[in-house]
Design a protein around this ligand. Sequence first.
Ligand code: SAH
Ligand code: SF4
Length: 415
Amino acid sequence: MPIDVVDGALPLIDLPPSRPRDPRPGISDASPQELLSWFSDHGEAAFRARQLADHVWSGRALSFDDIHTLPGPLREALGRAYRFSTLTDTEHRSADGGLTDKALHTLDDGRVVESVLMRYPARGPRRERTTLCVSSQAGCAVGCPFCATGELGLWRDLRTSEIIDQARYWRNELAAEGRRLTNIVFMGMGEPLLNADAVLSACGALSDSNRFGLGQRHITVSTSGVIPGIERLTGLRRQYKLAVSLHAARPELRDVLVPLNRRYPLHEVVAAATAYSSATGRRVTYEMVMIDGINDTQADASAAAALLRGRLAHVNLIPMNPVAHTPWRPSPPARVEAFAETLRAVGLHATIRRNRGVDIGAACGQLAAERAGEPTPAAVQRRRDSIERRSAAALVGAPDRLARPGDDTSAGDGA
Ligand code: SAH
Ligand code: SF4
């Protein structure tokens, strides 16, 4: 779905795809029923379909040729109809002493998308977790000015298999370490609910006990506030976790930070998210990227507290990862802490998330943006000027913005 392109949200880099698309679907696009009919159309018994599914969803095979239990001609026929993986190449980087891994996946047409694996060692009663952050689109049309993916614009939607194959890739990598993937979050490149068909079908396969087999509660869909998509999720009555990227509780500022706010205003987004938690009993997570002097003022903290007070909500405060095309910096730690205290004072759960993998550009889309090439300095300057102009206009509505929470105690935090 195209969204209004606002001033400053125009892509900085515009590259054509380097190759034509491969017309074959991925094998992970095929539902169990589709596979059964394919096998029966090819005169094969149903047990062959199950044999194949075992390799696709739990085995270590990297191609149809590795599945020696299937006869050669059948493997060839499968290879003509499907791709075993839709990722043609993957490049790895590690950070945080091996706790964070980032993969840059190349797709059939040469587009690149990212996934990030975060390992959380066991702590006290908490068991070890490995969380994978997957991409749902190559690029993104929403154009949030603090986000590296936003600077690319939308290249294209990912298909179901291109989403699932990021998880299959990491399942194999982790199996080699004797580990399991425990959680998946749609917080990589793209707006999942602007590609809802593929994303919801990927969630279905990832949580199907006969396929990827992850619990619904271990899958998080993060959205910048696509109301029809949230309503669709509510209608499914599944236990997926919903995260809403709020970033500002004042409409005029959210118009700047999340341009989609002009189409789906924040009060309606929060109402739709609240309907999701009423229908599912699940707490909604509200994400707020904390940007120095922009959305971290006392007025912003009070507005967020008033907006979310009394709701089944958890607020995640994330100091902004610096990205090239914005003039903004992360909020100092003391100010983030004070923001959290304002939320806790009205009974909300608020946590501060440490940014993982800053040294490998693990913020959403950062590595892919670097790979896409350098925008011209003039384009970056135009974008920075436009962001500053629009945010300055939005901030006029907050007279007490200079009284930032935590300023009394922030001396020496180096920001
Ligand atoms: N489009 C969806 C999901 C992908 S973005 C959404 O916006 O929710 C996932 C998360 O990464 C969002 O909460 C987004 O705000 C955050 N993010 C983007 N750029 C960031 C940056 N520079 N620093 C920290 N978090 C960032
Ligand atoms: Fe798109 Fe999410 Fe980045 Fe905004 S934060 S530009 S919605 S990927």
